[in-house]
Design a protein around this ligand. Sequence first.
Ligand SMILES: Cc1cc2nc3c(=O)[nH]c(=O)nc-3n(C[C@H](O)[C@H](O)[C@H](O)COP(=O)(O)O)c2cc1C
Length: 209
Amino acid sequence: MTAPNQPERHAEGLESAIRRRRMRRNFQEDAIDEQLLDRILDLARRAPSAGHTQATEFVVLRTPSATNRYWDTTLPTERRKSFRWDGLLRAPVLVLVCTRPSAYTQRYSETDKSNTGRESGLDRWPVPYWWFDAGAAAQNLLLLAASNGLGACLFGPFDHETEIRKEFSIGEEQRIAAVIALGHPLPDEQGRSADRGWKPTVDVVHYID
Ligand SMILES: Cc1cc2nc3c(=O)[nH]c(=O)nc-3n(C[C@H](O)[C@H](O)[C@H](O)COP(=O)(O)O)c2cc1C
């Protein structure tokens, strides 16, 4: 058994997954092994969450019929011709990363949290932790994909959140934080934003002694 303070057994794998990870936008149609998909989704949800609320949920579109319904809802055929990333549409899995903000006011009305004053409304949260927590789970999933040889691309539902919710019978109390396409990657170009490169570490990490 590993002692609690020993370094993580997979620390090196994690470091190389962080270095290698980048958004992949060109996929094979081949399905992802079901056990692998189950495993990475179960690990991804083991992310920190405020008050351990665990209100991030994954709605997983994992058949061609389900993913086609997503693209039919968000990218009408006439717009597909000019869509730069047509290989993204082949991804065999689309994960809708959902969160339920009201779960946080509920959780923070419990006795151990009620002194924080966060239970009375979503506007009482200077940092809306539901987005933060969804981001943590999303990052887990991106890294797990990278470390298991899969490709992943995160993108937003943009103006289609309501239609997506309706198409997949997702309750109105749920918000869709992001969508993650998963699959076996094919070679692709890096996105235009990524071409900007990484800022120097000194611009980002500020030590105060
Ligand atoms: C919140 C968020 C939204 C994003 N939305 C899109 C998107 O709509 N389309 C897209 O192609 N990439 C999207 N990206 C990917 C970023 O452009 C990408 O992470 C960034 O350029 C750095 O590239 P890399 O992740 O490949 O290192 C998004 C990333 C994040 C974190």
